[in-house]
Design a protein around this ligand. Structure first.
Ligand code: WTA
Length: 659
């Protein structure tokens, strides 16, 4: 590698652009001048956004950054987050508006109005208080996508308790580690959950997790599967309480107390793909300000008119920020769906969109690519004409998947917003504005008004247009994490040490600027491949593969290579109608990549597989694929959504599918 070699090479060019229609632009919540307004006075801009909320006491200072990297936003202000998400909408006369159209996996439904939501949250808050839960206590919640999950989160917020939501599919060991780390006093769960048409136990796992857990005083159990679940729900007398017995009889009167803007709202553990999970801490005023702001401008949400659906699980940050806090603060009417996208059939999402006339749909690239694999004829059977904005989050979206999404789901007219952010950032940071930005497929484009991001090289110097490097956030933002629970040192080390001289937050992602200065995310820098001194991002090679008409999904890794340092090894899933890849097909794919981005990126090897290893939130685990590519014993698979996938891949390889 020469000294000038960039942190990351810029290989793939994409020149298609999709400006908003005049009609959309004319009615959009955010107009082009918002960038300049925010630049002119950032703090004033954020104060304006905070004013969209109801405060009991107004702040005296917008931002205190003197103790960086520990920010304080809206210093001295007081508010109640649950009041902002629920009560104020009832008070303004919208008690009859549906807040949640809940759809259970077996087909049962529940419509919950804001007035009903207020009652449910108030009862749950009274119930928690009756158990001695006070402000500052931690309540762990392991629930699938049932309305009680949302009631419980808002009830915690209402009384100033922190919730720590643990994804429903996590093992007893994972739950226990999180319960212990935060010293949770209460655990809320369910008897069982429906998964792909079957009832599976939840409570039994929670019991296993809590054996000997000293901090836990009570376990509250929502009855969901009831008699569909085999056997009795295991029960510990004196500790366990049924939700309906505890909550239903409580008063619907509950006075929300105002808490400091910096009062902790929740902890959410993020494990990434390795390492001990970190408890990411978010607080109240700044978090709610930015989640509400971004939900308003990025999705162009119109309260009382739109029907919004974010398909994330409540166990992830996307569920926190874009199902619970941001949308409800904006008086959303939203769909919440309990189940998997192919139960009982592969058109389930489109059927729900058709039924509820969903107008804003927010999902993940992994699901979009799965829909591509299932085939375009499935969405084509439904009326999706209510859709007017489509969003994507969680991974880089390959340009071809973006085009497919806009074309097959959005009738080639809806704006697609590719939103970049993290558990740590709390809310969307980089995204097009649907009524302003001429969207480019595969690019998150530009930091939102009020947000600042840069792509820098090793030394922290901003790279020129056309250059690649590290994505950093160079100015504090309202919904930023306030720390790692119980570990300030880890907070500084993980996020602030790489560019400590400049005071930048380093997100762990590689990115590039195109010639217009728009930002393209290139995947985690840990995954970057080094081929003959070229630093090649996994994302670009994957996108080149997905741009071939036979490919639905691709994952690439760098495997040790005696001549080039690393060689590119690709794993691909073919589209539903593509014939299985013989030698010729594989050769064609290799040539396709060479043509799209250059011979340097031509994969050394391509393997056709049926599935890829993914985390439970849908991110590809390249670490495991590297083990396969280098013929190593496969490492820790406990964070895999489906642990049989690796067996499938290994056995496929042995049967000679590789080139
Ligand atoms: C990745 C999810 C490219 C990125 C909200 C980030 C993305 C990590 C995008 C955070 C996007 C998320 N384009 N990459 N639009 N959105 N990522 O904490 O690597 O689950 O650092 O938060 O997902 O994942 P997390």
């Amino acid at each position: 590698m020469t000294e000038q070699s960039p942190a990351l090479d810029n290989l793939l060019t994409e020149s298609r652009t999709f400006p908003p229609s005049d009609e959309f632009a004319g009615q959009a919540n955010a107009k082009a001048d918002m960038y300049a307004t925010a630049d002119a006075d950032r703090e004033q801009f954020w104060a304006g956004q905070a004013e969209r909320l109801s405060w009991d006491t107004k702040w005296s200072q917008v931002l205190d950054w003197t103790n960086a990297p520990f920010a304080k936003w809206f210093v001295g202000g007081k508010l109640n987050v649950a009041y902002n998400c629920v009560d104020r909408h009832v008070e303004s006369g919208h008690g009859d508006q549906v807040a949640i159209h809940w759809v259970g996996e077996p087909g049962d439904t529940r419509d919950i109005t804001y007035a009903q939501l207020k009652d449910e949250v108030s009862k749950a808050a009274n119930a928690l208080s009756s158990l001695g839960v006070v402000a500052g206590d931690v309540v762990a919640i392991q629930l699938q996508m049932v309305p009680e999950a949302i009631f419980a989160m808002l009830a915690c917020a209402r009384i100033g308790a922190l919730h720590s939501v643990v994804f429903g599919g996590f093992s007893p060991t994972a739950l226990r580690a999180r319960v212990d780390d935060a010293a949770a006093k209460i655990v809320i769960t369910s008897d069982g959950q429906y998964r792909r048409g079957k009832a599976a136990p939840m409570k039994a796992n929670v019991d296993e997790a809590l054996q000997g857990a000293e901090t836990v005083q009570k376990v509250i159990v929502v009855r969901r599967t009831g008699s569909d679940l085999e056997g009795e729900t295991p029960w510990t007398e004196g500790r366990d309480l049924w939700w309906h017995e505890l909550v239903d009889g409580q008063s619907t009167e509950h006075k929300p107390e105002a808490f400091d803007s910096e009062h902790p709202l929740f902890i959410l553990y993020t494990s990434g793909t390795t390492g001990k999970p970190k408890g990411i801490l978010h607080t109240s005023g700044g978090y709610l300000t930015q989640t509400a702001y971004t939900h308003n401008v990025v999705f162009d949400h119109k309260p009382g008119e739109d029907v919004y659906w974010c398909t994330a699980d409540i166990g992830w940050i996307t569920g926190h920020s874009y199902i619970v806090y941001g949308p409800l603060a904006n008086r959303v009417t939203q769909v919440v769906y309990e189940g998997t996208p192919n139960t009982p059939h592969e058109g389930r999402h489109w059927e729900i969109i058709q039924k509820y006339k969903v107008s804003i749909y927010y999902t993940a690239p992994t699901l979009i690519r799965t829909f591509m694999k299932w085939g375009e004829d499935i969405p084509a059977k439904y009326d999706l004409s209510s859709l007017r904005v489509l969003g994507s989050v969680g991974e880089p979206i390959n340009p071809e998947a973006w085009i497919w999404y806009r074309d097959k789901i959005g009738a080639n007219k809806t704006p697609v917003v590719d939103t970049w952010w993290q558990t740590e950032t709390g809310a969307i940071m980089i995204s097009p504005l649907p009524g302003v930005t001429a969207a480019k497929p595969g690019s998150a484009q530009r930091a939102l008004p009020g947000i600042s991001a840069k792509v820098v090289d090793d030394t922290g110097t901003e790279v020129p247009h056309g250059g690649g490097g590290y994505l950093v956030l160079d100015k504090p933002w309202p919904s930023m994490l306030r720390g790692v629970w119980g570990d300030d040192e880890r907070f500084r080390d993980t996020y602030w040490s790489r560019f400590s001289e400049q005071g930048y937050y380093f997100a762990g992602d590689g990115a590039k600027y195109d010639e217009d200065g728009d930002i393209w995310l290139l995947g985690r820098v840990d995954d970057v491949m080094n081929v003959s001194g070229h630093r090649i991002s996994t994302t670009e090679v994957e996108s080149a593969l997905v741009s071939h008409p036979t490919v639905a999904e691709a994952a690439v890794v760098g495997a040790t290579d005696p001549t080039t340092g690393q060689g590119i090894v690709a794993f691909v899933i073919l589209r539903g109608n593509a014939v299985d890849g013989g030698d010729d097909a594989v050769q064609e794919l290799r040539n396709h990549v060479a043509k799209e981005i250059g011979p340097i990126a031509k994969p050394r090897q391509i393997m056709v597989v049926a599935e890829l290893p993914k985390t439970r939130s849908g991110k590809i685990m390249r670490r495991l694929l590297r083990d396969v590519a280098e013929n190593r014993q496969i490492g820790d698979v406990t964070t895999l959504a489906d642990s049989s996938v690796m067996d499938l891949i290994s056995s496929g390889l042995n049967s000679g599918k590789e080139e």
